[in-house]
Design a protein around this ligand. Structure first.
Ligand SMILES: Cc1ncc(COP(=O)(O)O)c(C=O)c1O
Length: 413
């Protein structure tokens, strides 16, 4: 009974009633299914099986240590986007040689640590950053392995806030400037140029832009190889989306068929940096109904004990998440606004949703919350970060305790 299913009419995670978990931990709580994470990873890995590749899980989607350890056990690499994410990857047991370090605006300290560790590749975002890495590496008497992140100027067909590969986005070096820059980098004693990198955007259900981006990267690889540069890999970033509406979309097989024909002729090792696809569907956010109200002329509100502080995606990206009662009650469906307790009108998790009867203290689950959920949580309104639970092999355990009030004030004078 893998994943989130109904067991005797009540929501269960890998066969364990979600209500039992919530009774043990309180709410809000994130609940993750280890079997769904393994399944998503295996599906993606299988789709690319015909070509040499490495999956570098993008920590930004979810960097809870227990999840990272699970993913590390799947013989994969990591994609870290900050000094903190490098630290998380190391603590989860990844070797520096398994980590690619991406990120616009890496600080000198972060770069120096990455150079000292010796990453699989530092993905360079600009001419200036390349020079800084070169200087840091020379100061340490080493050569830093680097890849150039290019901006291919391709529309990702996704939400504007998670589109990263167009000319007006801040990411990477515009692709037409890449070849001369790469030739310049090849002469730098502190750098070993090992790859080319791009990342087009996130939550992409149309895989064709990913194919177009792979073709652009492969063409660049051919150009610079003809000019004598020896590359090891092409890194096509992440971006494969999931069906937040519950329907199947953008399968790994379609993704592989879009990318592989472009990459295969280069013979270069392929790196993938999926985040969302691996963990999004594997997590839910469970909250309790704190209040309900319905007055003539106003919407019917279901007010939860969880909201934008735990899951900001609906407010940040207008993202849609299915929201369900953990133990649905019989009765007429009515249109509701499902909202959080925060002092913000935008603190709405679900707009115009159909819900049956709901009472105070009922448990509610927000589905597909495993990616960009907890990692974006905040203490706004002095709320404490929620607990996280991992269900694995028929049992569950708290992998992150709810913050205490002591935690909340720890670093203040
Ligand atoms: C460079 C890079 N790689 C990988 C990812 C992961 O993307 P996704 O979670 O859509 O797979 C991101 C997300 O923004 C990214 O910026």
């Amino acid at each position: 009974m893998a994943g989130f299913t109904l067991l005797d009419g009540r929501l269960a995670c890998d066969g364990i009633p979600v209500a039992d978990i919530a009774a043990g931990t309180g709410t809000p709580v994130y609940v993750y299914s280890a079997s769904l994470i393994r399944g998503a990873h295996a599906a993606l890995d299988a789709a690319f099986a015909a070509y040499p590749h490495t999956i570098h899980y993008a920590l930004k989607a979810n960097s809870t240590l227990a999840i990272l350890r699970l993913i590390r056990g799947l013989a994969t690499g990591a994609d870290a986007n900050s000094g903190g994410e490098i630290e998380a990857a190391l603590r989860a047991g990844f070797e520096p040689s398994q980590i690619v370090f991406t990120g616009v605006g890496k600080t000198r300290d972060e770069l120096d640590r990455a150079v000292a560790l010796g990453m699989k590749a530092i993905n360079i975002e600009s001419d200036g950053e390349a020079d800084r890495i070169d200087a840091l590496a020379r100061a340490r008497g080493v050569k830093a392995r680097v890849a150039l992140r290019v901006n291919p100027d391709i529309e990702a067909n996704t939400h504007a806030h998670i589109s990263t590969g167009q000319r007006f986005n801040k990411f990477g070096v515009p692709i037409e400037f890449a070849a001369p820059l790469l030739r310049r980098l090849a002469g730098k004693p502190g750098l070993e140029v090992v790859g080319l990198h791009l990342h087009l955007g996130s939550q992409m259900l149309d895989v064709e832009p990913l194919g177009a981006a792979a073709r652009a990267l492969a063409a660049l690889a051919r150009d610079v190889r003809d000019a004598g540069l020896r590359l090891e890999h092409l890194d096509v970033g992440g971006g494969l989306g999931i069906g937040y509406d519950g329907a199947a979309h953008g399968s790994p097989a379609e993704y592989a068929s879009a990318v592989l024909p472009a990459v295969r002729p280069t013979g270069l090792h392929l790196l993938l940096e999926p985040g969302r696809f691996i963990v999004a569907a594997a997590g839910i956010l469970v909250g309790r109904v704190a209040d309900t109200k319905a007055y003539a002329g106003s919407p019917r509100f279901i007010i939860l004990d969880t909201g934008m502080t735990e899951l900001i995606r609906p407010m940040l990206y207008d993202a849609f998440h299915r929201i369900v009662a953990v133990a649905p009650r019989e009765g007429e469906q009515q249109q509701c606004e499902v909202v959080g307790p925060l002092c913000e009108t935008s603190d709405t998790l679900g707009h115009q949703r159909q819900f049956g009867p709901v009472e105070v203290d009922d448990l509610i689950a927000v589905l597909d919350a495993g990616a960009y959920g907890f990692v974006m949580a905040s203490n706004y309104n002095r709320r404490r970060m929620p607990a996280e639970v991992l269900v694995d092999g028929g049992s569950w355990r708290v992998v992150r305790k709810r913050q205490s009030y002591g935690d909340l004030f720890r670093n203040e004078e």
